[in-house]
Design a protein around this ligand. Structure first.
Ligand SMILES: [Zn+2]
Length: 249
C-alpha cells in the first residue's frame, strides 16, 4: 500500500487461529493466535469463541510460550477440542446448505435455468449442473458484490453527513481487521462483514468514515462516530462478542 503507516487506522478483527502460529502437543497440531503487548508482564492462555489465544509481553521468547503451552497441554487440548465441536462445519456447497447475509440465513437452492447466483427472498439460486467448487466461487463472488455495493452506500451516506468528499471504498480480505482508512481518503472493509447484521456493518462504516476526519482514536474521533451511530458502543461490543456466529465464510 505504501504511504505512512501512522496515517492508516485499522479496526482489529483478531486473527483467525488457522493463520497464526501452532505447536505440536501430544501429537496434535494446535493453532493459536499470539497477541504481544507492551503492557503485558506475563504470558497467559485463553480460549474463547475465536479459539486459543496466547497473550504475551512484547519480548517474551517463543521458548517461554512453548513451555507454558506444554505445561498446560491437557487443558489446551481439551478446550480446543470443545471449541472445535461448537464451530459450524465447513460448507460442502450443495443445495440445502445455508450462508449468512446481513445476519440472516440464506439457503442455497439449485434451480434449472439460473445462470449466475440469484437471490430469491431467503434463497440463493444457482444452476443445478454446477460442480460444488464452481458454486462456491460463484457464491463468494456474489457475496462480495453485495458487500461492495452495501459498504459503498453506507460510507457515502456517512461521509455526506459529515460533509466530507465521498471516499473510495474497496473490499479487503484481511484476516485481522474489519476495516481500515487510508490517508488519501480510501476506505477498505472486510467483505466477510456482509454476513453480519446491518447494524454492525453501519458501525464499521461509520468508524472508518470518522477516520477521514480524525486519523486516531481520540475522544474527538469517538464523538464523530457518535454523530453517525449514536449507540456505536453497543454495536461495537456486540460485533466483538458475536461476530463469529455469522462468519461462516
Ligand atoms: Zn479505528
Amino acid at each position: 500500500m505504501g504511504g505512512n503507516p501512522a496515517l492508516q487506522a485499522g479496526l482489529p478483527l483478531l486473527a483467525a487461529p488457522e493463520s497464526g502460529p501452532a505447536i505440536d502437543l501430544d501429537g496434535r497440531r494446535i493453532s493459536y493466535t499470539l497477541q504481544r503487548s507492551r503492557r503485558r508482564r506475563t504470558i497467559s492462555l485463553l480460549i474463547d469463541e475465536r479459539g486459543l489465544r496466547v497473550a504475551a509481553p512484547l519480548k517474551a521468547p517463543q521458548q517461554a510460550i512453548d513451555d507454558l503451552l506444554r505445561a498446560h497441554a491437557a487443558w489446551v487440548i481439551r478446550k480446543v477440542h470443545d471449541w472445535q465441536q461448537k464451530r459450524p462445519p465447513p460448507l460442502s456447497w450443495v443445495a440445502g446448505e445455508q450462508i449468512m447475509l446481513y445476519g440472516a440465513p440464506v439457503t442455497l437452492e439449485a434451480r434449472a435455468g439460473i445462470v449466475l447466483p440469484q437471490l430469491d427472498q431467503d434463497r440463493l439460486l444457482f444452476d443445478p449442473q454446477l460442480a460444488p467448487t464452481v458454486i462456491e466461487c460463484g457464491v463468494r463472488g456474489w457475496l462480495k458484490r453485495q458487500a461492495l455495493a452495501c459498504f459503498t452506500r453506507r460510507c457515502h451516506d456517512y461521509s455526506a453527513q459529515l460533509q466530507l468528499p465521498a471516499p473510495a471504498v474497496r473490499l479487503s480480505n484481511a484476516r485481522t481487521r474489519w476495516g481500515s482508512c487510508h490517508a488519501r481518503g480510501r476506505i477498505s472493509m472486510n467483505w466477510r462483514l456482509v454476513q453480519a447484521p446491518a447494524a454492525w456493518i453501519d458501525y464499521v462504516a461509520a468508524h472508518e468514515v470518522a477516520h477521514l476526519r480524525q486519523m486516531n482514536h481520540s475522544p474527538a474521533f469517538w464523538r464523530t462516530v457518535e454523530i453517525l451511530v449514536a449507540d456505536y458502543a453497543e454495536r461495537r461490543a456486540a460485533l466483538r462478542r458475536d461476530a463469529h456466529r455469522y462468519l461462516l465464510l
